[in-house]
Design a protein around this ligand. Sequence first.
Ligand code: PBG
Length: 336
Amino acid sequence: MNHFPSSMGSFPATRLRRNRADDWTRRLVAENSLSRDDLIWPVFLKEGSGTREAISAMPGQVRVSLTELPDHVGRAVELGIPAIALFPATPVQRKDSEGTHALDPDNLICRAARLLKATFPKLGLIGDVALDPYTDHGHDGVLRQGRVANDETLQVLAAQAVVQAQAGIDTLAPSDMMDGRIGALRSALDLAGFNDVRLISYAAKYASGFYGPFRDALGSAAALKGDKRTYQMDPANSDEALREVALDLQEGADMVMVKPGMPYLDIIQRVKATFAVPTFAYQVSGEYSMLKAAIDHGWLDPDTVILEALMAFKRAGCNGILTYFALEAAARLKHG
Ligand code: PBG
């Protein structure tokens, strides 16, 4: 109540509808804005050539092979999207219990990074750091006695980060939720001479059912044994997200992320209000598929809901959003 002194007026002298009466005043009084500069587009990669494979749980999204990748990503570049996030679908025969293929400098994400850097030198490339695309058990780290072993996983993740940086990845995005991984990555990168490679931390990543379609997209759903609740956060918690962010910032994170997005807008708001650092949200696969299914059925209007959902992230305090709607959104943002 203290925010609203009586000098702010009352009806009928004050009518809030006046400022809404015309497009020009609505534009002048708008408190937040969304532009193409706010968008990061996640892209799924696939081995082979000549392939753009539909992802059934994510209508409109595809897995692309490297031969198609420049054309696919070129659309984002033309629309002025600043960065893309790469996610490789690893063939089953390359997966093992330790996720060793993550360290192969010729793996799919590294080849994609070299190709994209050569084709689009100004496009930001964000690389996923976690072992789940590479492990036959689908977990983000290595298992010891049936549990994900934190400190052993850190060593593998640090090596994975350096391999990706060598391939031309500009920003590493650890999505694994091990304790201490930002510090481990930062020192490994600095030691290897990559002090300009950025870290965008999945700082507050929840154990969420909304990742279901993504796991289908990467084929890690079939592999996953059990769930990820021993390392991803409990959806019941909010204070804990602030501790996660605080630790990641101390360890050297340049940007932090909250994931999923729309069900966790309260977390985004607290993180931004507390730390005032570059804050991002991941509007995850399940959020995309919910909206897309309703749009495809004609139940929701794409011309309003896509930008409305993304604006909610800006209002909550985000600097930017990872979204599968990046292309549709950028095309709709005329004043990007
Ligand atoms: C795994 C990872 C996941 C996502 C990004 N990286 C899924 C998971 O943690 O199981 C989810 C993205 C989405 O749902 O769109 N390291």
